[in-house]
Design a protein around this ligand. Sequence first.
Ligand code: SF4
Length: 276
Amino acid sequence: MNLRTQLDFFHDAGPDVPALVAAGALFVVNHSGGKDSQAMLIRLIEQVPASNLLVVHASLGEVEWPGALELAQQQAEAAGLPFIVARAGKTFLELVQHRFERYPHAPSFPQAGNRQCTSDLKRGPIEREIRRYAKANGFTTIITCMGLRASESAGRAKALPWRLNQSGSVAGRTWYEWLPIHTLFTSEVFAIIREAGQVPHHAYALGNERLSCCFCIMASQNDLRNAALHRPELYAKYVALEESTGYTMHMSRKSLPELTGLSVRQAQRLHELNTP
Ligand code: SF4
């Protein structure tokens, strides 16, 4: 079967999922452990048979919120779906240190414009695992599903909900990327999780708006402060890296203590006071 155009299988209402299933496509759920991934998987399970689904989590190691991998794994396994962890050969902190040693006069932290962290730590390892799985299991049509939503940002609003992955569509393989919950609002995402009888990651109950790296280059001040209060040992590592490289992590170019309003010592102290 030769599937090679951007709009193959796509109609006004979205991709023709039954036709893709009939064509033997593999739907890969890119699951961060966050609310959007969780709601997306709930929705996909309603449309796609388990035999055509795979769940992949890109593990960020110590820099991601504890429990994110486990939530993704539990949700996948509860639905009887295969689950794969994709790991990069380096961590976020190693990536920054490496950039500093190689280019000491250029910003050491990934920039929001190119997001080397996303490509090196998530997209690359995930695509490698998908290629392996598809080859081992005879899938030649792949649909990577991601939980990006238009209401999250102007950039995400412009993202195409369905597109051909040109670079991945080689060697007899056709690869699409789909945003199944692109039109949903945050309240709808939480409603889907609640109505499915599931609970989102505990970081939301702690006040987080989003979930991935605890200290994301694009995170809100709210989420950065929350991470500093709940992961003070990791906060200390990021602050030390800002100090040793002379560059700031966040896209605002403000330092982490400026953004969180907390020194490392204050974060540690508040964490101790709030830990039973
Ligand atoms: S969550 Fe933020 S810091 Fe982490 S990999 Fe993604 S863009 Fe980079």
